[in-house]
Design a protein around this ligand. Structure first.
Ligand SMILES: Cc1cc2nc3c(=O)[nH]c(=O)nc-3n(C[C@H](O)[C@H](O)[C@H](O)COP(=O)(O)OP(=O)(O)OC[C@H]3O[C@@H](n4cnc5c(N)ncnc54)[C@H](O)[C@@H]3O)c2cc1C
Length: 461
């Protein structure tokens, strides 16, 4: 019998471990007067803070960062905190639809976000813990292997380092793997697969391994924001508790209705994750508002976490659950990291995977309770894959949810709005959005410097 009633109360309030580590004593600082500036960045998640960071660093512009809530309380404070640079769509798929050159250039660009993250951390002096390690992904079918080995081959052809791959000697499709991929994987005992994936689920018989990491992204950006406020006192301002409700664009000027005031600016960069509850009025061209509304669709992602006294190595592992990549069942994932706990050093393990379309969750708000049936799904269906050493039915210390916005292309939108280039975007979570958001901030700064960049899969359509 599962005894959730004892261990999981009837009502579970959403509680993110990342938000708990943020400062609680910051006074609200809403916009208190009409202002004029050069660049307005809307949204203080990783995308907005990274955009402000690189625009301030690489241009002489004045920047106003506007947040309707507080820094880091959006998806950035409700994610798994995994640092990784793969796209949610297979690279081979991007090559097929966008061409080899653009797909490889985009992958190279996002891989380069590791260096950009280093720059942000080094220059800001941010102290948030960042763990780096080799992350793993578990596969169980020939389809998984063929798609990922094709990605590896394309990476190699494009001059990018392919991830390493092992296949169990027990895999029943071992003899069917096309010979063109032979140099891209090695055959190992099933015990090695179990060890890499930390699972006793022997359906998983192949592993892809690549650079990974994890951090509390909300804490990191809170610290980077503090640095920006002190380093650029003369040309940077952050306001919170200030919703942007309306944006009016003419040929040279954007007027933003934010809170109770108006901001006049030359550029506005939307770093809102993709959800639209503001109006965009294009006074010099075709309608933008409706177009933007149809560019993203939303899902709610759910996670649960538990703390153990023992300190365990940091790591991140995901496990495919569809037999065919692209089918409906979301993959599941676990991140683990050393974690401060009132009693001292400990380990936080976070388990995620369940997603519900916003279309099926009309009453969702960021403050919604965590559904009891989802904690049961995590404990019954996902825990046995990702941590079979944990007994069934134990209470979780944290359970939280956040919004993921998927663009039509499942690629982040970074760049000028084609209908009026005063408006720019760095948005679209697409499941894995932390590192792409940092790259997006850097790309926006380059565009604002007047650089003419090659056409890219990130260009808004
Ligand atoms: C459950 C879950 C797990 C995830 N796991 C990972 C992971 O392991 N690795 C990874 O890379 N990615 C992950 N992601 C995705 C990642 O968290 C996001 O892509 C990233 O944090 C998005 O950052 P952002 O700045 O674009 O959005 P957000 O962090 O959501 O920030 C957007 C901000 O804009 C503000 N805003 C919106 N509209 C307005 C307005 N009109 N006026 C003023 N402010 C406004 C919001 O209040 C918010 O603060 C996960 C997401 C979820 C939900």
């Amino acid at each position: 019998m599962i005894i959730y009633c004892r261990l999981v109360p009837d009502r579970i309030r959403s509680r993110s471990p990342w938000i708990e580590q943020l400062a609680t004593n910051e006074a609200p600082r809403p916009l208190d007067a009409d202002v004029t500036t050069d660049v307005v960045v809307v949204g203080a998640g990783i995308a907005g803070v990274a955009t402000a960071f690189f625009v301030l660093r690489n241009t002489a512009n004045r920047v106003l960062l506007i947040e309707r809530d507080r820094v880091g309380r959006g998806a950035t404070g409700h994610n798994a905190g995994q640092l990784t640079t793969y796209f949610e769509r297979p690279l081979s798929d991007l090559v097929d639809s966008c061409g080899f050159d653009q797909a490889i250039a985009a992958q190279r660009a996002v891989d380069g976000a590791w260096d950009l993250l280093d720059v942000m951390v080094a220059e800001s002096g941010a102290q948030a813990r960042i763990d780096r390690f080799v992350g793993h992904m578990g596969m169980f079918s020939l389809n998984h292997l063929q798609i990922h080995l094709r990605n590896s081959l394309l990476r190699e052809r494009g001059g990018l380092r392919p991830p390493s791959c092992v296949v169990s000697e027990d895999a029943d499709f071992l003899d069917e793997i096309p010979t063109e991929y032979s140099a891209l994987y090695s055959v190992v005992p099933q015990s090695r697969v179990r060890e890499l994936l930390g699972t006793t689920d022997d359906r998983y018989c192949a592993v892809l391994s690549d650079d990974g990491g994890c951090t509390n992204g909300a804490l990191l950006i809170e610290q980077v924001l503090r640095f920006l406020q002190s380093r650029y006192q003369d040309r940077f301002r952050f306001v919170d508790h200030t919703p942007v409700r309306r944006i009016e664009l003419d040929a040279k000027t954007a007027v933003i209705h934010a809170g109770e005031h108006r901001v006049t600016t030359s550029r506005v960069v939307m770093c809102t994750n993709g959800f639209v509850d503001h109006v965009v009025k294009n006074l010099v061209g075709s309608d933008i508002g409706a177009q933007m509304h149809h560019r993203v669709s939303g899902t709610v992602g759910y996670m649960a976490g538990f703390v153990e006294d023992a300190v365990r190595d940091a790591g991140a592992i995901s496990y495919i659950r569809n037999a065919i990549i692209g089918q409906a069942t979301p993959y599941v994932y676990v991140t683990r990291r050393p974690f401060g706990w009132p009693q001292g050093a400990a380990t936080l393990t976070c388990i995620g995977g369940p997603e519900i379309s916003l279309d099926d969750h009309a009453t969702y708000t960021p403050d919604s309770d965590f559904p009891v049936e989802v904690i049961k799904e995590i404990d019954n269906d996902i825990r046995p894959i990702v941590d079979s050493t944990r007994a069934k039915g134990l209470a979780y210390d944290y359970a939280w949810h956040g919004l993921m916005a998927y663009t039509e292309s499942r690629v982040r939108l970074i760049g000028f709005e084609p209908r009026n280039p005063l408006l720019m975007y760095n948005l679209g979570c697409n499941g894995v959005g932390f590192m792409p958001s940092i790259y997006g901030g850097y790309r926006i700064a380059r565009l604002l410097c007047g650089e003419s960049l090659e056409p890219s899969i990130f260009d808004p359509p």
